[in-house]
Design a protein around this ligand. Structure first.
Ligand code: NAP
Length: 265
C-alpha cells in the first residue's frame, strides 16, 4: 500500500516518529525524516538501512517546526526528493509537567509554537501540492490529552485539543480534493516524551514518569497506527486500558471522568 509513496515524518529522531520510520521503510515507502537533531536522524536512517531499506529511499531533512521562515525551503527539498508528498505525519511534539499556577506564559507559548503552530505551518505549506495532485494524506499525532484534561498538562492538553480541532476541520475542507486526514490519539507510550517535557519555567522535566515508563511499547504503537492507516481510519487510538477507558468515559459519562481526573490530580 505504501510502496513508492513518499511519507514525511516529523519528530522522526526519537519515539513514535522513529518507530514509524521503520514501519514505512519496511513497507517500501520513500521516507523523509525530520526533527532538529541531525545526528539522531542519521542514526535512525542507518538503522532502517541496516534492516534492509534502500539508502536512497530515505532523506534526512533536519528542521525546527517553530522556525517558520525555514519551512518553505524544507518543503521544496522534500517535494524535490519525493516528487510530491503523499503523506505528511505531523508528529513532532513536546509535553509539559507543571501546575497551571507554576507555569509561565512563555512556557505556554512554547508548547503552542511546537505542538500547534509548527504543525499548522508545515501542513499549510504541503497542502497546495496535495490539492494540485488531487490526493494526499495529512496526519497529526494528537493525544488522549487532546480529548481528556490531565493535571500538570494544562498547556499540553490545550495544544492537543487545538490540533484535534484543526485537523478535524481541515478534513471537512479537503476530503473534496481527495485528501485524507487522520488524527492519532496515543495514551501512554514508552518514549522520551516525559524526559523532554517542559516544567513551568520552560526547562526540561528530564525524568521518566511512572505512567510513561509503564506505557505501551513504541513499536506496538507504530504497528497499530499502520493498521489504522491501512483500514482508512480517520482516528486511531491506542494505549493502555485506563487511557482507552478515559476516552470512552469522556464521550458517554463526562462527569464521571472529570471526578476521576480530579482525584488523580
Ligand atoms: N509518548 C506518549 O505517551 C505520547 C502520548 C500521546 C501523544 N504523543 C505525541 O507523540 C508525538 C511524538 O512524541 P514521542 O512520544 O515520540 O516523544 P519523543 O521521543 O520526545 O519525540 C518527540 C520528537 O519531536 C521532535 N521535536 C521536538 N521539538 C521539535 C521541533 N521544535 N521541531 C522539530 N522536531 C521537534 C523531537 O526531535 P528533536 O529533539 O531532534 O527535535 C523528537 O523526534 C508528540 O507529538 C507527542 O505529543 C506521545
Amino acid at each position: 500500500m505504501f510502496e513508492s509513496k513518499t511519507v514525511w515524518v516529523t519528530g522522526a529522531s526519537s519515539g513514535i516518529g522513529e518507530a514509524l520510520a521503520h514501519e514505512f521503510t519496511r513497507e517500501g515507502a520513500k521516507v523523509i525524516l525530520s526533527a532538529r537533531r541531525e545526528d539522531e536522524l542519521k542514526r535512525v536512517k542507518e538503522a532502517c538501512v541496516a534492516e534492509g531499506a534502500v539508502e536512497g529511499s530515505i532523506l534526512v531533512l533536519p528542521l525546527d517546526v517553530t522556525d517558520e521562515a525555514s519551512l518553505p525551503g524544507k518543503v521544496a527539498e522534500a517535494e524535490a526528493f519525493g516528487g510530491g508528498i503523499d503523506m505528511l505525519i505531523n508528529n513532532a511534539g513536546i509535553s509539559q509537567r507543571s501546575l497551571c499556577v507554576d507555569t509561565e506564559m512563555e512556557t505556554y507559548r512554547r508548547l503552542f509554537e511546537v505542538d500547534v503552530f509548527g504543525q499548522i505551518a508545515l501542513t499549510k505549506l504541503v497542502l497546495p501540492g496535495m490539492i494540485k495532485r488531487k490526493r494526499g494524506h495529512m496526519v497529526v499525532t494528537a493525544s488522549v490529552a487532546g480529548k481528556v484534561g490531565v493535571a500538570q498538562r494544562t498547556g499540553y492538553c490545550a495544544a492537543k485539543h487545538a490540533v484535534m480541532g484543526f485537523f478535524d476541520a481541515l478534513r471537512a475542507e479537503v476530503t473534496q480534493h481527495g485528501i485524507d486526514v487522520t488524527t492519532i490519539t496515543p495514551g501512554f507510550i514508552r518514549t522520551n516524551i516525559a524526559k523532554n517535557a517542559l516544567k513551568g519555567d520552560g526547562t526540561e522535566f528530564n525524568k521518566v514518569d511512572q505512567n510513561i515508563a509503564g506505557g505501551m511499547d513504541v513499536a506496538e504503537c507504530a504497528g497499530i497506527i499502520m493498521k489504522g492507516f491501512k483500514k482508512g481510519k480517520k482516528e486511531i487510538a491506542m494505549g493502555g486500558r485506563r487511557e482507552m477507558m478515559a476516552l470512552w468515559l469522556k464521550r458517554f459519562f463526562p462527569n464521571m471522568l472529570f471526578r476521576t481526573m480530579a482525584k488523580m490530580g
